[in-house]
Design a protein around this ligand. Structure first.
Ligand code: SAH
Length: 297
């Protein structure tokens, strides 16, 4: 773990510099889901937004920023990545699909509806952002499927505190999408990534959203983040053969950890800490994640 925590909000340069608009690049239909999405998009376009620089950015400001990013433009002929062609309706369709798949936690669904998933994809794949699939983000890693993101957070929130989460830890920041969703349901979000270029990618993806309660760390998440522990929620976005003991030790009593476990066959596991020395483990549904690996690159 070599970097200092990255603090949000970060400078706005990446937003205000993005003045060069691009034509919408692709309406290519690769999958049935994409076809549905393209139909829902219609021909609307989005305009770039410039966020106001304020010293205190609340969650609701983040939400309105995200909403503004997804707002169709009345006049713009061009768009750039930070305001690509995604309507609220398309994201809502994704959330409805996630709900049909069994996610019922309204707060999680609301968070999924707010976070502009397309802003976490490379431009060539932004048109696929709202299909229910994991998609490549480079370095042989993927952005997780919307359903599993929602499901893991829902499981984590089903605690004895009525869903209140003070401090959560994510292992495997990837492009930063799940961290952004987590920021809407927890007071503080810490997220660790072991691949430096992905850590940087997440930072630049999150910058325009100016989310004040996310701290990104570059390091080996298998070691957790002792300096910020304990956590009342921990989510692993990569699958190990077992959950590292360091992470179990960094849970609060009553804390909940959700992790994919296994290699070729993986299951989602919920671990609850019930006392200083006791944890319970519950096996939930099958899942598929990239592997959890030790060390940094
Ligand atoms: N949370 C992401 C998913 C990223 S994929 C999303 O929002 O879609 C899983 C990520 O876990 C990869 O970027 C991978 O590099 C990372 N990872 C794997 N092992 C890790 C470890 N020990 N520490 C930190 N990150 C790890």
């Amino acid at each position: 773990m070599s970097d200092k925590p990255k603090r949000f909000p970060l400078p706005l340069s990446s937003v205000v510099d993005k003045k060069t608009p691009l034509e919408r690049t692709s309406r290519t239909v690769a999958t049935p889901q994409a076809a549905t999405k393209n139909a829902a998009w219609g021909s609307s376009q989005l305009q770039p937004i410039v966020l106001k620089s304020t010293s205190t950015t609340s969650s609701s400001q983040v939400l309105s920023a995200a909403k503004a990013m997804a707002r169709p433009a009345q006049t713009a002929n061009h768009v750039d990545r930070s305001s690509s062609l995604v309507s609220d309706a398309v994201r809502k369709a994704m959330v409805n699909r996630v709900a049909r798949q069994g996610v019922t936690d309204a707060k999680v669904l609301a968070a999924m509806e707010i976070v502009p998933r397309h802003m976490f994809m490379e431009p060539g794949l932004a048109s696929q952002a709202y299909i229910d699939a994991s998609l490549p983000i480079g370095h042989h890693q993927t952005i997780s499927q919307p359903y599993i993101v929602a499901r893991m957070i829902e499981i984590m929130r089903a605690n004895s505190q009525g869903g209140v989460l003070e401090r959560v830890l994510e292992i495997g920041t990837g492009c930063g999408y799940q961290a952004a969703v987590l920021s809407q349901v927890a007071k503080e979000v810490y997220s660790i990534e072991r691949i430096k270029p992905l850590h940087e990618l997440a930072r630049s993806n999150l910058r325009p959203l100016r989310i004040p309660n996310i701290r990104l760390h570059y390091g080996d998440g298998m070691l957790g983040l002792p300096q910020a522990a304990p956590f009342d929620g921990i989510i692993l976005a990569a699958a190990g053969l077992e959950v590292p003991q360091a992470l179990l030790d960094q849970m609060t009593i009553g804390g909940r950890l959700v992790a994919p476990v296994g290699s070729r066959h993986q299951v989602l596991q919920l671990i609850q800490r019930i006392s200083k020395f006791d944890w319970t483990s519950t096996t939930l549904e099958d899942c598929h994640f990239v592997p959890l690996r030790a060390g940094t690159i």
